[in-house]
Design a protein around this ligand. Structure first.
Ligand code: TXA
Ligand code: MG
Length: 294
């Protein structure tokens, strides 16, 4: 069980075909057993060994965007044990583009299950220095891979009756996916819980309470600000601009690091700007909403 860099976030990886290995991941993260893991492959030829069926839409997406920040949920092969998928008959599969991630999968010679390498509910690591020491004490080691270039987790797409459904916004924009497979269904809040287990409302959270700038909050000099494409004047505990150029991809890349930096200030509150709901702005907003859920 090792922490490995991917282009999205660092993952905590172990062999996906071993119940014993994946249970170690759940234990190290303090992750509930009903939150399934993503299986990572290094080559598209390995997909058939993990998924029993690949609908045409999924095949088109894999061909267009793998390797990259896209995860596909597909019917699973018996080789993937129920511990990996939390008892579901489907498996989430992704081929990362990070050369170190792919080298580790190739060296292992089999698919690797890897959730984000953070204690459950906390902010995902986008550089090795952000790996939690308490969690790492239970892990065999990590592989250095520098800063993650995407910075938010993969976009997850499932297929129900062959039709694509967005299960989690992430590092690949919905617009790019729709350009290949046409309209993608956005699940309603209640059904999302059933199709994408583990998508808890309170997630990715710093220890300092967080609010959205669109929420009601009490401002003051002890409030830290996470802004998008602007500066902050007036007294505050500190601030970071996710992207001075107003670029949502740059905001995604900076998001978790800046959340950590603001968390370290000991502020009473972190208040975050909401991005326009387009491109990677969707993924950034999703993480900000979950981080500020009470
Ligand atoms: O970018 C990423 O996806 C990173 C890197 C390490 O690859 N991994 C990641 O894993 O974000 P994790 O464990 O933090 O999130 C995995 C999520 C689960 O919480 C669940 O919502 C969804 O993937 N998932 C996994 N298997 C599923 C399945 N069979 N059906 C529906 N959703 C599934
Ligand atoms: Mg995670």
């Amino acid at each position: 069980m090792v922490a490995v860099p991917t282009e999205t976030v660092y993952g905590l990886a172990a062999r996906a075909d071993s119940a014993e290995a994946v249970l170690k991941i759940f234990r190290a993260k303090g992750r509930p057993a009903n939150d399934p893991l993503i299986v990572h492959i290094a080559d598209i030829g390995e997909l058939d060994g993990v998924a029993s069926e690949v609908p045409p839409g999924a095949k088109a997406l894999a061909e267009a965007f793998w390797p990259g920040p896209l995860t596909l949920v597909l019917p699973k092969r018996p080789r993937i044990p129920p511990e990996t998928t939390s008892g579901l008959e489907t498996v989430a599969v992704r081929m990362p583009s990070h050369p170190v991630a792919r080298a580790v999968i190739r060296a292992a010679g089999l698919p690797l299950a890897a959730p984000s390498a953070n204690p459950f509910g906390r902010t995902s690591p986008t550089r090795s220095a952000h790996l939690d020491p308490g969690m790492m004490a239970q892990v065999d080691g990590y592989v250095e891979g520098g800063d993650c270039s995407v910075g938010v987790e993969s976009t997850i797409v499932g297929f129900f009756g062959g039709r694509p459904v967005l299960l989690r916004p992430g590092g690949l924009a919905l617009e790019e996916i729709e350009a290949v497979v046409g309209p993608v269904e956005l699940p309603r809040k209640e059904s999302a819980k059933i199709v994408a287990p583990g998508q808890m409302p309170s997630h990715y959270a710093p220890l300092t309470p967080m609010r959205l700038a669109t929420d009601e909050f009490e401002d003051g000099p002890d409030v830290a600000r996470l802004v998008f494409g602007r500066s902050v004047s007036g007294p505050c505990a500190g601030w970071r601009d996710l992207s001075p150029a107003g670029d949502p991809a740059e905001a995604a890349r900076n998001l978790y690091r800046m959340m950590r930096e603001l968390d370290a200030l000991g502020a009473r509150l972190i208040v975050a700007d909401v991005l326009p709901d387009a491109g990677l702005g969707r993924a950034v907003n999703d993480r900000l909403r979950r981080a500020s859920a009470r």
